[in-house]
Design a protein around this ligand. Structure first.
Ligand SMILES: C[S@@+](CC[C@H](N)C(=O)[O-])C[C@H]1O[C@@H](n2cnc3c(N)ncnc32)[C@H](O)[C@@H]1O
Length: 303
């Protein structure tokens, strides 16, 4: 992605959430407080002005989303479903004993900010590209940063996660951890994605969980979002956030196999009606858990 500008796609998703919060029928399905917190964060960070946030809540914008929905069926409400799925999986992981949460490519997502006061005994961490993280940090500071929420700025395509977390004194590499990579992996080169999973294995303790979303691969080996794939890929590249990675869902198990993770039964079978992405949950493989944290045997991430 472009190194000099905050993520436009992160802003787009946040505005989508604000619009969903004003959509009859959809608003009630979002996690409590999400739409309101997202609107506050957009303004407090400077990512969007109050007028744009107000406009995103208007019936005109909601109607426009519905009007264009047939172009990518389910995408507008799919973003809300994606948020609900990820939050449910994270809450489940916390209930099962996770004491750390790490959100990768967090954008203007408010999950960690909302959950941190609710789970004071859990440490929450977020990482995003420096250009976006700068705005996020400004917004979270203005809204009040919970003491157990730590925001970090790093380019995950360049700096190995193991290195990033080594510099964070409150990160416990042997703790049961829940990691979220929502709407991130398609922006990283394949080598960096693979390395990221392996590094997530090496910085976490037994019983850890990863929750992530990804784009499926279509004919010709390129990311597949239906008949508009070509146009969308071109638009994303033009916006400076090209999609670099995708995976055929039937290859998920094989992809994870040598990273130290395995697909969890919580992984839904199909994305149908849920927008263009697949959702997945991975559990840490028990067999590899004796590997030492911060292993130096990791392949470097792509540059
Ligand atoms: C589509 S947004 C998703 C934001 C958030 N996860 C959500 O679902 O609302 C993609 C996010 O990934 C971040 N990102 C993309 N490439 C990155 C990189 N190389 N290192 C760190 N973050 C990156 C962007 O800054 C952006 O916040």
């Amino acid at each position: 992605m472009r190194t000099d500008q905050p993520s436009r796609t992160a802003r787009k998703i946040a505005l989508n959430i604000v619009s969903l919060g004003a959509t009859p029928g959809a608003a009630d399905t979002l996690p409590a407080g999400m739409a309101h917190a997202t609107a506050r964060l957009l303004v407090a960070s400077g990512a969007a002005g109050p007028a744009l946030v107000r406009w995103s809540r208007s019936w005109q914008v909601v109607s426009l989303y519905h009007l264009f929905d047939p172009l990518m069926p389910g995408e507008f409400e799919g973003i809300g479903r994606r948020k609900v799925f990820c939050e449910q999986q994270l809450r489940d992981a916390l209930q099962k004993g996770s004491t750390q949460v790490l959100v990768l490519g967090a954008g203007y997502d408010t999950l960690a900010w909302r959950l941190a006061p609710e789970f004071p005994g859990v440490r929450f961490f977020e990482i995003d590209h420096p250009a976006t993280s700068r705005l996020k940090q400004k917004g979270i500071k203005a809204m009040g940063r919970p003491g157990n929420l730590h925001l970090m700025a790093e380019d995950l395509a360049r700096t190995p996660l193991t290195k990033v977390m080594e510099t964070e004194p409150s990160w416990a590499p042997n703790a049961q951890t829940a990691i979220l990579a929502e709407g991130l992996l398609m922006y990283l080169p394949e080598k960096a994605v693979k390395a990221l999973f392996t590094q997530c294995h090496d910085i976490t303790g037994p019983e850890s969980r990863m929750v992530f979303t990804y784009i499926g691969t279509g004919a010709g080996g390129r990311p597949d979002v239906g008949w508009l794939s070509g146009l969308l890929l071109w638009t994303m590249a033009l916006a400076g956030e090209p999609w670099l990675w995708s995976l055929p869902p039937e290859r998920l198990g094989a992809f994870l196999a040598d990273t130290g993770w395995e697909a969890s039964p919580c992984t839904p079978e199909s994305p149908s009606g849920h927008g263009v992405e697949f959702y997945a949950v991975a559990d840490k493989q028990k067999i590899k858990q004796e590997r030492s944290p911060f292993s130096t045997r990791l392949p470097p991430t792509a540059r």
